[in-house]
Design a binder for this molecule. Structure first.
Ligand SMILES: Nc1ncnc2c1ncn2[C@@H]1O[C@H](COP(=O)(O)OP(=O)(O)O)[C@@H](O)[C@H]1O
Ligand SMILES: [Mg+2]
Length: 373
């Protein structure tokens, strides 16, 4: 099977809205690529250009040797699953599954074989004679998935397919889609605004905002080394804590009253006077053990505890800043309400204040990016 190659893809709608600015990427086959970003960032537009539901303003899309963006939609051999299941209400599940093949004049025996296989894969066997109105939301979405599978497409596209489901079903379907990909190994592009869905489904994340790519990488690498403050704050819940500060020798000094040492790994990269934004994730703030080095401790006031059962979210106030910590170890404030907090300097993130870019990052979005394994 073939790589999917985007070269300087741009989409500008009449009226001047630039939905996708300049998207270049090689998606090696097979990959589960996830496009993630807030609403209106251009995810659906990009997907629709692959499917042929939207034209490109400029640039090109290839599938292997074949130029795709000039091929009519129906000849692209690409299946798309939407948030709205778009099933035919008057047809049974079995008829819905087979309909796409029937209009393509697939031989009857072949249709039956593929429908049977898809039904088994998605556990739809018992529902084959029902109409969509007699199905739950989750079952309808499984039928929509089945309809995509039976086509045995070259690429699967998913546009927020789980958004209409309740939280529990979403978790189940997320696993179903991931297992389906592991079995079929057909390149898939999955669009979502939900960072948990993105992290769990994707081999590779493409984090977008306002029509631009901010980072491409494995879920782990985007989480651990976010390329800029947008990615840093978008991935993770509760979100990363931030404070604006200025470098003064070996110290990071914030106007809001939190001072921290410059992590040793960054000391060669930042100079006195540099304006930065420091980020630290909730799971990297802990109660300070009594033997913690003084330099890695800050004192905070506990302003709120939110026990979640398996862990607790603790809101910590340092002067004018409030940060959230998460973990299983409890902060125990002294009689003055203050508690020592351990800052894990190895897990601290430092960004340039003006560009938002990570201090130690190369430009991860320059040029054509190969989606990593
Ligand atoms: N058919 C259209 N005509 C004009 N503007 C559009 C059209 N479709 C999308 N847009 C605009 O393009 C931008 C990206 O939209 P979209 O790709 O749907 O974002 P997402 O799927 O990430 O929420 C938005 O500003 C949206 O208003
Ligand atoms: Mg969309």
């Amino acid at each position: 099977m073939s790589d999917l190659i985007f070269t300087h893809v741009r989409k500008e709608f009449p009226g001047g809205v630039v939905a996708v600015e300049d998207f270049s990427m090689v998606v090696p086959n097979p990959r589960m690529l996830v496009l993630v970003g807030p609403s209106w960032c251009g995810k659906s537009t990009l997907l629709r250009m692959v499917a042929g539901l939207e034209t490109l303003t400029s640039g090109s899309i290839y599938l292997g040797e074949q130029r795709l963006d000039t091929v009519p939609s129906r000849d692209r051999d690409i299946a798309m699953v939407f948030q709205s299941y778009a099933l035919y209400p008057h047809m049974t599940v079995a008829e819905n599954l087979g309909f796409g093949l029937k209009i393509r004049k697939t031989p009857r025996a072949e249709i039956e074989r593929r429908v049977r296989e898809a039904a088994a894969t998605l556990e739809l066997d018992a529902l084959m004679e029902r109409k969509p109105a007699q199905l739950s939301g989750g079952q309808r979405q499984r039928v929509a998935l089945g309809r995509a599978i039976v086509r045995e497409p070259r690429v699967f596209l998913y546009d927020e397919p789980l958004s209409n489901l309740d939280a529990r079903l979403r978790t189940d379907m997320r696993a179903t889609i991931r297992k389906l990909y592991d079995r079929l190994r057909t390149t898939s592009i999955y669009v979502t605004h939900d960072q948990v869905e993105a992290m769990t489904i994707g081999d590779v994340l493409v984090v977008m905002n306002k029509g631009r790519v901010h980072q491409v990488g494995t879920p782990e690498s985007c989480y651990r080394e976010p390329a800029d403050t947008f990615v840093a704050s978008f991935l993770g819940s509760p979100a990363m804590n931030f404070v604006d500060a200025r470098i003064d020798g070996g110290t990071i000094v914030s106007r809001d009253g939190v001072n921290m040492p410059v992590p040793p790994s960054m000391s060669g990269l930042v100079r006195t006077g540099a304006e930065v934004r420091v980020g630290i994730r909730p799971e990297n703030l802990h109660p300070a053990p009594s033997d913690a080095p003084h330099s890695a401790r800050v004192v905070a006031e506990v302003s709120l505890r939110e026990p979640l059962g398996h862990e607790t979210l603790t809101h910590l106030r340092f002067g004018a800043v409030e940060w959230v910590a998460r973990g299983t170890r409890e902060f125990s404030p002294g009689p003055d309400g203050q508690t020592p907090v351990f800052l894990d300097l190895d897990r601290m993130h430092i960004f340039w204040k003006d560009s938002g870019r990570r201090v130690d990052s190369a430009d991860a979005t320059a040029g054509a990016t190969e989606a990593p394994a």
